[in-house]
Structures are given as C-alpha cells and as structure tokens.
Design a protein around this ligand. Sequence first.
Ligand code: BGC
Length: 773
Amino acid sequence: MTSVPAQPTTPRPALAHPDVIGRLTLEQKASLVSGADFWHTQGVPDAGIPSVMVTDGPHGLRKAGGEDAIGIGSSNPATCFPPAVALASSWDPDAVRRVGAAIADEARAEQVAVVLGPGINIKRSPLCGRNFEYASEDPFVAGAFGAAMVEGIQSRGVGSSLKHFAANNQETDRLRVSADVDERTLREIYLPAFEHVVTTQQPTTVMCSYNKINGTYSSQNPWLLTDLLRGEWGFEGLVVSDWGAVSDPVAAVAAGLDLEMPPSGGEPVIVAAVREGRLDEAVLDVAVDRLLTLLDRTGPALAAQDPALDDAAYAAHHALAREVAASCAVLLENDGTLPLDPSGTERIGVVGAFASEPRYQGAGSSQVVPTRLDDALTAIRATAGEARVDHAPGFRLDGTPDPALADEAVAVARDADVVLAFLGLPGAAESEGYDRTTMSLPDDQLALLEQLVGVNDKVVVVLSNGSAVTVTEWRDGTAAILEGWLLGQAGGSATADLLFGLASPGGRLTEAIPHHLEDTPSYLNFPGGDGHVLYGEGVHVGYRYYDTLHVPVAYPFGHGLTYTTFAYGEPTAVPAPDRGPNSWDVHVTVTNTGERAGSEVVQVYVHDAAARVPRPAHELRGFRKVSLEPGASDDAVIPLDARAFAFWSVRDHRWEVEAGEFVIEVGASSRDVRGRVTVTSEGDGAPHHLDATSTIGEWLTDPVGAQVLGAALAAAGEAAGPLAAASDPGADAGWAEMVRQMPIGKVVSFTDAVTRDQVEQLVAAYEAASAGR
Ligand code: BGC
C-alpha cells in the first residue's frame, strides 16, 4: 500500500447468481445491501431471497429477544464460553474449534445464520477496553485462534464474521479515529491474523472496523476491502460493516462493502448514485451476489430447522465451558501451595467479592445472558471435603471503601491455613466503548491484599480481569497467582478444579505483563488525540519491544506454570522443500519429568541474525500444545514456512526472505528458550526494484544488480573511479561504506567518471537482465 486508490484496482468477479440479479430492480438491489433492521438482512420474497438473522458473538450467542433491539443484558440465554482473552490463552486450537462448534449449534437452534465473531484485533496496549474480546498481542497467536474459531463455527454450517478489519486497537474515539500506521507495521502486525484466517478458512463474512486507517474509513477503503482482502488474499465472502461504521453508503459499496448493518437510509442514496452515474450498477450487482452467496452457504443449516436445545445439550455445553476454562487459566506464580490438598487443609479462607459474584465476561455487544453461572465459592465448598471454608467479600465491587468488610476478611485470613483471595477488575473498569487509564487493581483491593499477606503467609491470588493488570506492586508475599482472566459461565467450578488439582492449569500468556504501564511500547502514543493515533512503536508491539530492548517484565509472553515439569531435548530443523523454499520442520522432544499429568506449550521463535531492516529480537512463528502423563514424551513437530522468516519490504512492497542465517529458538516462553538451531536461507531470489535512486549497496546485494554493475565496472576499468571502492576489498573500509550508501544516480554529482547516460544504461541493463526473473 503506497496510497489508497479512489476505486479498487482488482477486476470485478463474474456473478454467481446472474439470473436472480437480472430479475431485481435497482431499488431491490440497493435495499439488499442496506440491511433490514438491527439484526436482519433484507429479503426479497418475490425473488425467493430470504431475510436472515445475524447475532453477536463472539464467545456465546447474544440473540436479542423481545422489545429491546440491541438486547445487551436481555438476550435469550446461551452458554457463555470463556471470552477470547481466556480462550486464546489455552493455546489449544482444538478446544477453540469445539467451542466454535457448540456456539454454532446454539445458533442453529435459534435460526441464526451468522455469529458475529471472532474478534482478532491485536492487543496494542493493555489499556484497550475491549482486550477481553481479543486474543493476543501477537499476530500468529491471534491468527491461530481466529482460524480455529471460524473453522469450528463453520463446521456446523453457520456463518462467522471475522472482525474488526482492521487496525481497531482501541475504544477511545473508535467511531472516528484514524489509526496512523506505516505499511510494514500493518503488514507484519495488524493484518497477518486476518490474512491467515481468510486464506485458510474463507470466513463467510468479514466485518470492517469503525476507525479510519491513515485517514480513510475502513468501510470505504478500496485498498483494504477489495485489493488486499479479495485481490491479494482471495476472500470470497461478504464484507459487512461494523454496526454503524458506514459514513458514505455509496463510497462504501464502491470500495467493496457488501452489506451495511444496521440500515442507515442508504437505499435511496445508492439508487440515486447509480441513476446519476456516480456508482456503476455492476459494482452493486457484485455486492448483491455476495449476499446471495452468503444465503447459499448458510441456508442448509437454517433449513434443517434444528429444534431448541434441551437441558442435556445445554448441560453438555456447560461441561465443555468448564473443561475448556481450566485449560485457559494461567498459573503465573506458585511456591508449591497449589494444588491444595483438601485432606491436609483444615481451614480455607476465601476472600474477595469475586468468589461469590463472579466476573466471567466483559461488557458491551459480546455480553451473553448465561444459561447457568457457577461461582467459585460454591465450587470450593463442594470440593474442599472436610476442610472448613470461611468467606468474606473484603471489598465492594463498586470500589467504595468499606473498612468493616476489609476487617472481616482479615479476620478470616488470620484464622485460615490458606487464603484464596479473589481479586480483579470490577465490570465498569473495562468495557467496549472506552479504554482504561490504569493497569492497576483498585486501591481498596490492594490495601486489603497488603493486610492479608501481613496475617497469612499462604495467600493465593485468583484474578478476574479481561485485560492485563500490573502485579509488581503486590506479588511479593503471595504464595501463588492464578490469572483466571474472564472464564465464562463455568469459570467458578473450573477455578475450583484447578485450585484442588482436579485439572491442571493449561494456559499461557498471550501478552507479556509489564512491570509498569509506562513500560508499554505504545505508552507515548495511546490513545492519541484530535482524531489520530500514531502507531509510533511500529512493529515492536508487546514482547517484540520488551525482548528487543531487554525491558524487564513481570511475566514474559508465553509464560505459564503447571503442576508438573517438562524437559526439552535438542531441537532439530529438517528441510521441508515440498512446502516451498525456505521451509523447515522443527522437531523437539518434550518429556513430562514431574509427578502429575500436564500440558506444555512448545513455542518456536525466529531470530534474523543479520537483517537489512530493524527487526524484533525474535518473533513467534509456531507452537504446539502437548499433553503428557508423568514420564511420557512426545516429539513435537512445528512447521516453519518461508513466511516465518520474512519481513515486509517497503522498498519492493512484498514479503522478503533475506539470504543468511536465522536462529530458531524453542522454548516455554519468549524468555525461557530451551534450545536453538540455526538454519541458512538462500533468500527468496525475488528481484528488487533497482533504479537510479537505489544505493550502490542495494545494487550489490541484488544478484542481478551486482552482475550488471560488476560488468559495467569491469568494462570501465580505471574510469570507474570511486564507484569501484564499494566492491573492492582493498579499499578503505570507511570510504567503501560511504560509497555503498550513495544512490547510484547521485554519483554523477560527485565524480566525472560517471555520466547520467551511463546510469540510465545501467538501469536499462538491469531491467533487461531481470525481466525473466
Ligand atoms: C461492535 C461489534 C458487534 C456489533 C453488533 C458493534 O458495536 O463493535 O463487535 O458485532 O456492534 O452488536
């Protein structure tokens, strides 16, 4: 992307439904792309085109019922699975697929054609109010999560909506803000997760974001919605607006938006634009065609007329929610206090309001009305056997200081063998629609915790929060920390399962936890102001920044403890040329060396040993979760393709794999590398675009450029003058470097040895020689 074209440059596809479209009036076509109401597409019964329902998403169904069109808090009950912040922390695509399929089954029973999810925006800052709906600060993890969710939903014939495309990484000013982000950063950080899901799963729909990207609304961005999404990635589905994201319905259709939701009066505007020649009717036809394709894809699931789910089906989904939740929570710290042994514990003090009033999902459009709700206190009592369980809420969820509550909790803690402190962020602290301003837990909770660790040396903190909180100010003195995120409706029982070792903690951090908010890479540029937010940290988002700059963090990306231990063998990299050049399979043997069953997430990072552009210290390019019984081993195989080694070249506007060495690191977190293996790439051999503005160094590093320039220098002999220094090993090193950095066209200003004509001949020779490449 250099600049956004006014119209897409990608050729229009042939229509799949020319006959139906041929029978529609212009008004009918304009109405089809404009939506019927808040949740329904427009139908044309006379033409056999039904209206279908779409519904949020993403971690459970939010089908509005009754009078309230928006339906937040009053939707039909549905299973509330762990939101993305937790589900992605499982690093388990299979679990995500199963959740997606279960949500789709509930959608089928409710006659819903499309579930509006998953959301896979990158967590650029921990402050984003909607981070609980997103997967990771890393595009590989976000892409793997999104692909599994789409696969699961669509495996049941229900449509998905991959959102919010793109660069929607904050809630502040979200309907209007321009994300000012450079080309390479877009390509390497904010787009790859979408690219992965689109190219591997063909989601039925992609939802464009509210914001602008570099000044152009996503909803009317021809480059984003057509040239990139369809032209480059081959997307065949429908692009729907985020709710209310369209500012100019005509510009939106022209850019490649197929469906505006909900309607904003676009129909007459589109009709007039076609009549007045401002919008090509053929473009409108393509949008209508895509809606018809969506109906084709989702029609069979609706036609099946699945009956309402019975209690047994909902009970099975609740059990799935519980099982999965246990694999999502991240054990950050443990001095051996966990898992609790009920037979060896007489008194358990459960402190904190979240134990009895669970916080299990975030606020906004994703808010599900759960079918059931487990609280941890009840589940702990049910699991604790003979042990006595005392509870004191300790603080008020609205943050109002209450010394009497705190005193009561301290008394409970003083008498207990172990304290389970349920702390976290109150619902109002994080939500769709606004961002946080602090990463700290509320003051009253911190004050309470200080008192608890003062009276009991076995305080286990269980956190409920949808976005990262700082731990540095309070973690010393605690015995264990279980980061529960928001675990869905069965989170309470899953938490008890984990605390008592009935399940093994399976989660790993999908975002590094910094010591201080001020350490975060976007700190100086979040959330921006005056309608703009500058993505000034570039590609150095999350651990890419911390690990490159050696910034100490509280917990690194990928971190998470279990109740067992794992040993890694020496990794090897086996070439996999059948998948194309620069492809390897990384093999590593992992052994459960502890006494309990558990799962390990084997992470593979790639470090470019000598890059020609600044690259992060390393980047996650693959992972595998392995579950092992005590003493068991597994050979994990993680494929790396050329893209794992590539960066986005802004010079050539393409992915580039440089020749040279890459270090493949295998480990248990971005800072717990257990083995390394070096591979050598021969580069991708693709030509660079060399011209008179390219430096002599750039000419010399391109194989054809080096050949052409070398031949010209040889022919010139002595007359080559200073130019020869760049490739002369005997030349003064400083002088040679200075020459290498000089654009070849500029040489004419510094020496008589080279003329403008000769430079032009050189460029022509290069173009001729590289024409066939
Ligand atoms: C949200 C979307 C959601 C839509 C419909 C918007 O405000 O950004 O994620 O799907 O509303 O509720």
